[in-house]
Design a protein around this ligand. Structure first.
Ligand code: LLP
Length: 392
């Protein structure tokens, strides 16, 4: 259960819908991740794309994480919030010249480069600014992440990274580019990965391509293995924190790194998903011919994952007097799209207009993917810190 009795009272007074972030849980999650990474000398850059809410980012920065960015604005925001430039990486398959220039001016740690042409553009822009850019080459390793096909990124048919068949050419372009300095290799095979064997297979590929470069006399300083560690959407209360120890142990065991080589990670979801929930009010209860509907005041505009990926999020009623009757509801939003549905046939205590509903594990790819479709209102927040709930 998300809230104790006292907290339920404060929550009831708030305007819905809102994102609720448990910063105490975030703090514990970050500490566990940091401890497990630090003891192996691993570096973790937080993938801002999962959630760039200022309060969350502030905490993440204060714990010593780096920032993995995918736009010039994310780079700028990381700088503004105090991430040091030498802990900022810039990834993404379509960086604009303007964004590249922003990152070059801030002298960030490295660009994760996704194509030979991008490498040439960075070289040219760095030359114009009179600087040298550190780059890691993103290799598409053709590893199947066994996750939803929309969030699989490391297969030959995906747009990401340089295919291994082009590495020879990429290596030669880099050698002839005076304003880029190849420091590392970058991999990322997908998101919400729960099968640890995927990471083992990734390690095998990383070793293979690292050796390939070293055999050709190129020193590789950084092995960046991306992110992708999944969380338990089914049981957020039982498993609020992913098993970072087991995750990092795999890379510790299977990556063949030299003493001088750093291992970098770009975790997003695993750090922030469980600390967030979308809290919404029941506007209407409705019995259709075949279904019972709960019509909420939140919809796909606030949390798009169910509509976009058929993603499962646990849905629960927040406190309130409930009789013992459980009904199966289709929990839907107010948007004029049939995909605007958070869950079908969800067993919930019989509910009425005004009841609060929490949609769990919404801290990652929730708020950041919200839209104003239908001219919906701006997202609101509440935060729990030191057991107290405040409105953001
Ligand atoms: N690094 C790269 C290069 C990425 O593309 C991503 C995520 C990450 C790191 C962070 O991955 P994570 O640790 O969060 O799995 N909107 C989708 C997820 C898209 C992930 C995109 N890339 C969702 O809601 O499931």
């Amino acid at each position: 259960m998300l809230f104790n009795n006292n907290q339920q009272e404060s929550i009831k007074a708030l305007d819905t819908p809102f994102y609720y972030y448990d910063l105490d849980l975030l703090d514990q999650t970050l500490s566990q991740a940091k401890t497990a990474a630090d003891k192996r000398g691993f570096h973790v850059h937080y993938a801002l794309k999962a959630n760039f809410n200022d309060r969350l980012l502030g905490l993440i920065q204060s714990k010593g994480f780096g920032a993995d960015c995918v736009s010039g604005n994310e780079v700028q925001k990381s700088i503004d919030l105090g991430f040091s430039a030498d802990k900022i990486t810039f990834a993404g398959v379509g960086k604009s010249d303007k964004e590249i220039i922003t990152a070059l001016k801030h002298n960030i740690f490295a660009f994760n480069v996704e194509s030979i042409q991008e490498m040439e553009v960075i070289n040219e822009l760095a030359g114009q600014l009179g600087v040298t850019a550190n780059v890691s080459l993103r290799i598409n390793p053709n590893v199947d992440a066994h996750t939803h096909h929309y969030i699989t990124t490391g297969l030959d048919e995906n747009k990401f990274g340089v295919p291994t068949s082009e590495l020879e050419k990429a290596a030669s372009v880099i050698r002839q580019a005076p304003h880029v300095n190849l420091i590392g290799l970058h991999f990322h095979v997908g998101s919400q990965i729960t099968d640890m064997n995927v990471f083992k297979s990734l390690c095998v590929k990383v070793n293979e391509w690292k050796n390939w470069f070293e055999e050709r006399g190129t020193t590789i300083q950084v092995l960046n293995v991306g992110g992708g560690l999944g969380v338990d959407y089914q049981q957020p209360d039982e498993n609020p924190i992913p098993d970072f120890e087991a995750y990092f142990a795999i890379f510790d065991k299977f990556l063949e790194r030299q003493p001088h080589q750093e291992v970098h990670f770009e975790l997003g979801r695993a750090l922030v998903a469980q600390c967030g929930a979308l809290v919404s009010k029941v506007l209407y209860t409705k019995s259709g011919v075949k279904k019972n509907f709960l019509v909420l005041d939140a919809g796909m505009t606030e949390l798009m994952r169910p509509a976009l990926y058929q993603a499962y999020h646990k849905i629960e009623k927040v406190g309130g007097e409930s009789n013992n009757t459980t009904l199966n509801y289709d929990v839907v939003g107010p948007i004029c799209e049939s995909s605007d549905c958070f869950g079908k046939e969800v067993p919930l205590p019989e509910s009425q207009r005004g009841d609060l509903i929490a949609i769990r594990t919404a801290g990652a790819y929730g708020e950041v993917m919200a839209s104003r479709y239908n001219l919906r209102e701006e997202i609101r927040y509440a935060f729990k810190q030191n057991e107290e709930i405040t409105v953001g």
